[in-house]
Ligand binder design. Structure first.
Ligand code: FES
Ligand code: FES
Length: 164
């Protein structure tokens, strides 16, 4: 699905994306997902269902995970957005990214940015106490390829737990 073609009021926004101040002028009805992909060129965040049902578009908003297809860009004025492009530090992948690679936590990779952003938030939320808990709190992130066992293994490792 593309951006809405119905003209709406324009809004000026100032937000931080991956630590950098960004200014945007967007239609008031544009989603954060479309603003990231189409206005800021950050295409790592994927569009799956565009209806809040698949988790492919998960990003962190003020440190909390959100499905960016259900957030209006206009709601993000003055806020802090982190996308998959913002996880690496000084050329070093985030531990969750490294764990996904080690455990083959993906096949086609389409759901992977959303899975990783959700996993980063899950670890911050302290929801990696067991494989069952990981599965429950990752349940909003769907994977058509069925990579779930490897995704759970990657998150378990990133959480520093031994296999259960
Ligand atoms: S694209 Fe946002 S939840 Fe599916
Ligand atoms: S790796 Fe293909 S959809 Fe998840």
């Amino acid at each position: 699905m593309g951006k809405t073609h119905v003209a709406g009021a324009g809004v000026d926004l100032a937000l931080r994306v991956n630590g950098c101040p960004r200014r945007l002028h967007v239609d008031s009805r544009v989603t954060l997902l479309d603003a990231l992909r189409e206005d800021l060129g950050l295409t790592g965040t994927k569009k799956g269902c565009d209806q809040g049902a698949c988790g492919a578009c998960t990003v962190l908003l003020d440190g909390k995970r959100v499905v960016s297809c259900l957030v209006l860009a206009a709601q993000c004025d003055g806020r802090d957005v982190t996308t998959i492009e913002g996880l690496a530090r000084d050329g070093q992948l985030h531990p969750v990214q490294e764990a996904f690679i080690r455990h083959d936590g993906f096949q086609c990779g389409y759901c992977t940015p959303g899975q990783i952003m959700s996993a980063v938030a899950l670890l911050q939320e302290g929801r990696a106490g067991s494989d069952e808990e990981i599965r429950e709190f990752m349940s909003g992130n769907l994977c058509r390829c069925g990579a779930y066992p490897n995704i759970v293994a990657a998150i378990r490792e990133a959480a520093g737990r031994q296999g259960e």
